[in-house]
Design a protein around this ligand. Structure first.
Ligand SMILES: Cc1cc2nc3c(=O)[nH]c(=O)nc-3n(C[C@H](O)[C@H](O)[C@H](O)COP(=O)(O)O)c2cc1C
Length: 370
């Protein structure tokens, strides 16, 4: 009898067990376990890291050992930061963090759609708040260096009005500035009322100008370069609005765009009707997110780096996003469905794909399919 492979074990034994319980409870239990596994980072890294110079890439000023990151929302409070690098990620993003601690939406608020390899979430930025997370990150940073870049995803506190949103983001940015290698301004979650209004030109320009002014000030005061700041956009806006977002991002010298967040409206390509409000992620989002990336890449002539997300499960999925213009990618739903070996398989597969296409590095594939 052939030995079962790791993906077989995950999909036929562990995943059915994990998927038996309530989605959010299982998620919390998994995170709690991961938070206690930091001592295994090296052992895990030996199992799961693919080291190969051809995978090295950069997203603006960010230098990555490989292009596969953990998307925001899996580890909102940054409880397993020491463990994540063990799974072979090139970078990780915690959050969304909001200025004030908040409980999020009423439960249940996270749903699996196994037939569609998707999730719907309406968590609503449940997190411990900037100050508490800052204390944690300070302790972490004072121990020893992290092996991969750490991003912090920032959201708006629910009870704060749009007119006060910039100050709310600013508080979190300033509090966490010393600890993040990059920051993502999340103006695209579907689960905080009016959050997406911040993608409108005037609001966005104000937000980005406020954050970038503080970025310059804090960087100068501590004699370090400015931190790369990204803007994360939703897949539901039309391309004309995307063009406006890109124009504002360029004017404010933003490091790049994270495309995309989960979809609030996409439901038509599901195997059966699902009447759950929230953000749809995973396989059914893949094509829409790729179209978005391709559009942003074209609109900027490749001048604005893109981190691509949405429905990446395999190396082919990641390669599709990279060829559409993403310099790096992030996964979340794919990690839930594919298991702990997902990043390794994607990185190995990417090496095969660039070899097939006669490329010397993953960087050479960026935008090749546009
Ligand atoms: C449970 C869950 C929570 C999420 N929370 C956040 C969040 O706090 N901030 C954010 O920017 N994106 C959040 N996202 C969106 C993901 O980061 C990602 O953009 C989206 O899910 C598409 O990628 P995927 O198909 O690989 O999951 C969340 C997604 C899920 C499934």
């Amino acid at each position: 009898m052939p030995m079962p492979t790791e993906p077989m074990l995950y999909k036929s034994v562990l995943r059915p067990l994990l998927f038996r319980g309530d989605a959010e409870k299982t998620h919390e239990q998994t995170l709690a376990m991961l938070s206690r596994m930091a001592f295994l980072e090296r052992a895990l890294a030996n199992l799961y890291t693919v080291e190969d110079g051809r995978l090295e890439t950069s997203v603006g000023p960010l230098k990555l050992k490989n292009p596969v990151g953990l998307a925001a929302g899996f580890d909102k409070n940054g409880v397993a930061i020491r463990t994540w690098p063990g799974f072979g990620f090139g970078f990780i993003e915690i959050g969304a963090v909001t200025a004030q601690a908040q409980p999020g939406q009423p439960k249940p608020r996270l749903f699996r759609l196994p037939e569609d390899q998707a999730l719907i979430n309406r968590l609503g930025f449940n997190n411990e708040g900037a100050e508490a997370i800052g204390v944690k990150l300070k302790a972490l940073r004072s121990e020893r260096p992290l092996r991969i870049p750490l991003g912090v995803n920032i959201g708006r506190t629910k009870i704060v009005a749009t007119k006060d949103a910039a100050a709310d983001y600013l508080f979190t940015f300033e509090t966490l500035f010393p600890y993040g290698d990059y920051f993502t301004l999340n103006v695209s979650s579907p689960n905080t009322p009016e959050l997406r209004d911040l993608q409108q030109k005037g609001h966005l320009a104000n937000l980005l100008a406020t954050i970038q002014a503080k970025n310059r000030e804090l960087a100068a005061a501590s004699h370090i370069p400015e931190k790369p700041v990204f803007v994360k956009i939703d897949p539901d806006m039309d391309f004309a609005q995307a063009n406006e977002v890109v124009a504002v991002a360029k004017a404010e010298r933003i490091a790049g765009i994270v495309a995309t967040n989960a979809s609030a409206v996409l439901r038509e390509n599901l195997s059966k009707p699902v009447d759950q409000p929230g953000g749809l992620s995973g396989k059914p989002l893949k094509a829409r997110a790729t179209d978005f990336i391709r559009h942003v890449y074209r609109a900027t002539g490749g001048a604005l780096p893109i981190i691509g997300a949405g429905g990446i499960f395999t190396a082919e999925d990641a390669y599709e996003k990279i060829r559409a213009g993403a310099s790096a990618v992030q996964i979340l739903t794919g990690f839930v469905y594919e298991g702990p070996g997902a990043v390794k398989r994607i990185n190995r597969g990417l090496l095969n794909l660039i070899e097939r296409d006669g490329l010397k590095s993953i960087g050479e594939a960026v935008g090749k399919g546009v």
